[in-house]
Design a protein. Structure first.
Length: 146
């Protein structure tokens, strides 16, 4: 990876998102919890959710990830409240497809476009998807508990 590749990958916008992640912490009594880890880099994200009427009513995340994983968690944190499992699963799949060269996910997940520079760095894709994987898993757990 050249210096210019690193500069493009870790843009100011990505670093700005990484520094301002919404919903940091843990919920006291979540209905669903999931912890996901990227074996390649060791990044981890733990997500707690409370679901009402099939939608995320409360959300918290403990993010111990690289700047790309943090930026992804920040994008998710800004739009997760009120989303259904189906919407979140579609978003996860759309972000994964975007990283493989597909289109930008539709609104409200279109801010993931900031991570397009990571397309060429396949070893970073798992870290970017951690928060999305974790929230989908936590939603499944919450729906089973309901």
């Amino acid at each position: 990876m050249s210096d210019s590749d690193l500069i493009n990958l870790y843009s100011g916008r990505i670093l700005q998102l990484a520094a301002d992640i919404p919903h940091i912490g843990r919920l006291d009594t979540p209905q669903g919890t999931a912890r996901r880890r990227s074996p390649l880099c060791g990044s981890t994200v733990t997500v707690d959710v409370i679901v009402k009427a099939g939608r995320v009513a409360a959300f918290a995340q403990d993010v111990r990830a690289c700047a790309l994983g943090q930026a992804s968690a920040a994008v998710l944190g800004r739009v997760v409240i009120g989303r259904t499992l189906a919407e979140l699963t579609e978003a996860r799949d759309a972000v994964g497809a975007m990283l493989k060269g597909g289109p930008i996910p539709p609104a409200p997940f279109d801010s993931y476009e900031v991570l397009i520079p990571a397309r060429d760095f396949k070893n970073r894709h798992a870290s970017i998807l951690l928060a999305l994987d974790a929230v989908c898993e936590a939603m499944v757990e919450a729906e089973k508990a309901a």
